[in-house]
Ligand binder design. Structure first.
Ligand SMILES: [Fe+2]
Length: 387
């Protein structure tokens, strides 16, 4: 763990309520903002799962007006953001509530700032490009992985270029997160695995990030420990609240870490892959992880050793060099136990895709904090090794 206090580091997280039934606090928080009309952002899946009805009933019980926007798709597009901002403007809403996984929450963040800044969402690409804060934003996450409910990140797909871009700004940190762990029980085994691996990659990339700090490190390590113990169990027992609570806690802690220490090469490559070929974000991360560890290892061996020791406590300091292989092997075993026992090639990625994928990945803001400098050739190599 980093014990160097000579670098100044800030740590930003919003107010949050964590635990079963937190969703029922939505109306209370809307009232606290003295808002008159809610712009409610979600996707069609949340209606099927029953959580949207619970939220609507909660708002109705306090006579709160709302407009429902459920046109968000996985890997949310800039066109969906612009459409949402237009409806929000027309309906004169004064608060945004997002219910769902990363896609509705990222879309809600982007809709809100697009409305207040009155510019196309593409103008926010990069770090600190948001000028005016959005409307008050309450997030209710329904997956344990993305942490968009507490993070400074939103990922939007440029539909013309089929490229994901990151908006990174403290002005898009939600005002309140209502983290109701019950909502994760309706995730399928596949979604449980993918989102859990997303949380693991958040924690690992934040821990080895060159913007990490003692406080992000503590959160990252605890998140990894919880994921090792609880992810296979949650995958096998979808309704077990002990595993679900622990996975949501792991996601939250990983979110604290990555929102403040940022990410790295896995996410840069995953954004390119998901944006180009429309694969699920967590799945992309899972399939790229070992390849990037192998590339990065010599730039942060002690940090990767710390992570390897969480998987294999018998490792001692003389095993520093072998930690690379041990860690990759342990991650492979974890992935096998949750059904992620395939490669990029198995999902249709071809050698001919790699040049374009690497050209998009090298433009990604997450590379700024990767522990090792990367060039186009090294990114191509990492994709190749993950095929
Ligand atoms: Fe992620």
């Amino acid at each position: 763990m980093d014990n160097n206090f000579s670098h100044l580091r800030k740590f930003l997280v919003p107010e949050f309520v964590f635990g079963e039934d937190a969703l029922y606090l939505a109306a209370k928080y809307v009232k606290r903002f003295q808002a008159s009309k809610v712009f409610l952002v979600t996707d069609k899946g949340l209606a099927k799962a029953g959580w949207l009805k619970e939220l609507e009933d909660n708002l109705k019980s306090e006579n709160i007006n709302y407009v429902l926007f459920d046109d968000v798709t996985p890997n949310p597009k800039d066109t969906e953001v612009m459409k949402g901002a237009e409806i929000l403007r027309r309906e004169k809403c004064d608060i945004v509530v997002a219910l769902g996984g990363g896609s509705p929450m990222d879309c809600a963040k982007a809709i809100s700032i697009t409305f207040t800044n009155n510019v196309p969402v593409s103008e926010f690409e990069g770090i600190d490009e948001v000028k005016i804060p959005g409307l008050p934003l309450i997030c209710i996450p329904t997956t344990a992985g993305t942490s968009a409910d507490i993070s400074q990140f939103a990922i939007i797909n440029d539909s013309k270029d089929q490229r994901k871009f990151a908006i990174i700004s403290k002005l898009i940190v939600p005002d309140v997160a209502l983290i109701d762990t019950r909502t994760t029980t309706t995730m399928s085994p596949e979604l449980t695995a993918e989102t859990g691996m997303d949380a693991l990659v958040h924690a690992i990339e934040a821990y080895v990030s060159n913007a990490s700090s003692p406080i992000t490190d503590i959160n990252a390590l605890k998140a990894i420990e919880l994921i090792i113990t609880n992810l296979p169990a949650a995958y096998n027992e979808l309704n077990n609240m002990i595993y679900r609570n622990n996975m949501m806690m792991a996601s939250l802690l990983a979110g604290f870490a990555f929102s403040n220490a940022s990410l790295g090469l896995v996410h840069a490559m995953a954004h390119s892959l998901g944006g180009s070929l429309d694969f699920a974000h967590g799945e992309c991360n899972a399939l790229l992880l070992e390849s990037v560890i192998n590339f990065n290892f010599d730039s942060a061996p002690e940090k990767y050793f710390d992570i390897a020791r969480l998987f294999e406590p018998k490792l001692s300091s003389k095993d520093l060099k072998s930690a690379n292989d041990v860690l990759k092997e342990k991650i492979r075993t974890l992935k096998n136990s949750i059904g992620l026992n395939y490669t990029l090639k198995d999902i249709g990625v071809k050698k001919s895709h790699i040049k374009t994928l690497a050209e998009k990945a090298i433009m990604d803001g997450c590379l700024a904090t990767n522990p090792k400098l990367v060039d186009l050739k090294s990114i191509e190599e990492c994709y190749n090794n993950a095929l």
